[in-house]
Ligand binder design. Structure first.
Ligand code: PMT
Length: 404
């Protein structure tokens, strides 16, 4: 939650601050208030503290209390944003010279917060070259100015110097915070997997029966490739072990395989140097016990003796007990029950369950998944494009991965 410190100085516009703080209280913002001695000529602490907002004053500091004596440091460190509102010409002048002669100026000098000045004064004071010099100096030192506006002033003049309206201040605070939150999300997302090595299996393996025929499934590789693309955009180094014919995402290393044995071999090769292994491929569970080197002649009935092929994820787990492994569960019924069983049986860190009945996932551009973590917490996505589903899966993977 963003932390906003409002510093009220000696201007008649201070009478609008209880309304601003009342409206701020409804937002997802933590708020504290410092009032200067001159500010107390226009507003009482009670007008603010009755709204549940802590108010800090110069004269309340108990000089025998270490915490209170350090209040300017604590407040300065606490704040993400400092809003000097209203900002009188006098306070602007003191701030531009680095004064620290009261709690308000000392806090601002002691803070790395984003500092915003909301000026309010008579037009002649605003236009005075000394004030303008102080404003430029503060801007040069990274202070942001909101306003002033033009309009009727307490002295009867009608010109620039009036504090901008409360609604406009609230709108600016909203924009500031949402921009910061987007920025934080982008940073956290951009570096979410930065430099991490991710291996993803893709597509449907083919088990040859004879030189012409094979056993396979409908997997296109789209889900796996969407995961690869998203992992790359999150800064990961991605290797795709692919049985898919799709063109691989740029910047991914591609190892093309056909059957389960080749996929297993490639997986074992890569798993030793990887951080996250995602088994998104539809691996055939069976292959023929005996491959026929010649095309089997057509007859009314042939019996294929099928045997299971090794489970890739289980084999990887056995060899790399600490590797972060994510599996998929493709089911047509009892989705969660069967997915949980695979989560346990394959000793996965996480499993992505998808209902593949009625051909609604294989080869399609959309999917809907339920992610189940090792502790059986579940995260259900809505139906969306496989790109969006890939974002959903990777957000949950990076959250779990960095937790371990
Ligand atoms: O490729 P698309 O057309 O986009 O379709 C996406 C998908 C449906 C293929 C994908 O979302 C998906 O569900 N992939 C897993 C399909 C699958 O084989 O699920 P399964 O429940 O049969 O296997 C469970 C897990 O064990 C999977 O992670 C699988 O890769 C793995 N496995 C299975 C068999 C085997 N011998 N070794 C394995 O590692």
């Amino acid at each position: 939650m963003p932390k906003l410190l409002i510093c009220i100085t000696g201007s008649i516009a201070a009478i609008k601050l209880p309304l601003l703080i009342h409206k701020l209280a409804k937002k997802d913002v933590a708020c504290k208030v410092v009032i200067s001695r001159d500010g107390l000529n226009f507003i009482t602490p009670m007008a603010i503290s009755t709204m549940g907002v802590n108010v800090y004053l110069d004269d309340n500091i108990d000089m025998n209390s270490y915490d209170q004596v350090m209040q300017h440091i604590n407040l300065g460190k606490w704040a993400d944003y400092i809003l000097v509102c209203p900002a009188s010409a006098n306070s602007i002048a003191k701030l531009s010279s680095g004064y620290a002669d009261n709690l308000l100026t000392a806090t601002i000098l002691a803070s790395n917060a984003h500092k915003i000045i909301v000026p309010a004064m008579n037009k002649l004071m605003w236009k005075n070259s000394l004030t303008q010099e102080n404003v430029s100096r503060l801007q040069h030192h990274g202070f942001t100015f909101w306003g002033p506006a033009s309009g009727l002033q307490a002295c009867g003049d009608n010109d620039i110097g009036r504090m901008i309206e409360v609604e406009e201040i609230l709108e600016k605070i909203d924009n500031l915070i949402s921009k910061e939150q987007n920025h934080q999300f982008a940073i956290s997302n951009l570096s979410a997997l930065f430099g991490r090595r991710v291996v993803i299996t893709a597509g449907g393996t083919k088990e040859m029966i004879d030189p012409v025929r094979y056993i396979s499934n409908h997997s296109s590789g789209k889900m796996a490739y969407a995961l690869a693309q998203e992992a790359i955009s999150l800064g990961a180094k991605v290797s795709l072990i692919s049985a898919s014919d799709l063109p691989p995402p740029a910047k991914s290393a591609i190892i093309t395989v056909s059957n389960g044995a080749d996929m297993l071999k490639a997986a074992l090769d890569l798993a030793k140097n990887t951080d996250i292994f995602i088994g998104a491929a539809a691996v055939c569970d069976y292959t023929v016990a005996k491959y026929s080197p010649q095309k089997i002649k057509k007859s009314d009935e042939i019996n294929l003796n099928l045997i299971t092929i090794p489970d890739i994820l289980k084999t990887i787990r056995t060899k790399y007990p600490d590797l972060f492994i994510v599996g998929f569960a493709a089911e047509t019924n009892n989705l969660i029950q069967y997915a949980r069983a695979k989560l346990i049986n394959k000793q996965l860190n996480m499993i992505v369950a998808n209902d593949v009945s009625n051909n609604k996932v294989f080869g399609q551009d959309t999917n809907q998944v339920t992610i189940i973590n090792k502790d059986f917490t579940e995260f259900v996505s809505s139906k969306a494009s496989k790109d969006i589903i890939a974002k959903f899966i990777l957000q949950n993977i990076s959250k779990e991965y960095f937790k371990k």
